[in-house]
Design a protein around this ligand. Structure first.
Ligand code: S3P
Length: 179
């Protein structure tokens, strides 16, 4: 039995965090973010974890966190880091939503922010744009394989996407459970 969480999955910069906050506001559910939790667990920034201990260490913390989410978190909105799909137990944690977008639309989105440079800098895997583009293509089938629901995000606001998720996922799941 799933824990009734909503898991937001997708590439860096697609808007998982903003969407989680919007969904939280509209549904009253608590939203949490795996990167924020990891920064608290390690008492440092993601960027520093990559620099000092390497990506493998970061992935191991994600895995540890995924067990805690499965055991301890219910009815929440969970936004995940772009590589969190590797943990292997997403299905046990909740309903997995893949937020799909082309890489160009993601870059356009990031560049609309005043602090775009900061947003790019804090993500080690976005440092090299050519490599990040390859990573999008490599990950797309993996995201698809983990997803319960796929949502196209291009050209939509967080509020529009949140309303789509409430109607097509949260309300439908509640109806199914009530039967
Ligand atoms: C990563 C995405 C980042 C963060 C880390 C690794 C990835 O999170 O977890 O830098 O592998 O795609 P966001 O998707 O929130 O940027």
């Amino acid at each position: 039995m799933k824990n009734n969480n909503i898991i937001l999955m997708g590439f860096m910069g697609v808007g998982k965090g903003s969407l989680a906050r919007e969904l939280s506001k509209l549904t009253g559910r608590v939203s949490i973010d795996t990167d924020d939790l990891i920064e608290s667990m390690e008492n440092t920034r993601i960027k520093k974890i990559f620099e000092k201990e390497g990506e493998a260490h970061f992935r191991a913390i994600e895995k540890k966190l995924s067990h805690w989410l499965e055991q301890s978190v219910k009815d929440a909105i969970i936004s995940t880091g772009g590589g969190f799909f590797h943990v292997g137990n997403l299905q046990e944690i909740g309903h997995v939503i893949y937020l799909e977008s082309s890489f160009n639309a993601i870059l356009d989105r990031i560049n609309t922010f005043e602090n775009a440079k900061k947003k790019l800098k804090k993500r080690p895997l976005l440092k090299n744009i050519a490599k990040a583009k390859e990573l999008v293509s490599e990950r797309h089938p993996k995201y698809m394989a983990c997803a319960d629901t796929i949502i196209q995000t291009e050209g939509k606001s967080s509020q529009q996407i949140a309303k789509e998720i409430i109607k097509n996922v949260i309300e439908k799941n509640a109806e199914t459970e009530a039967k």
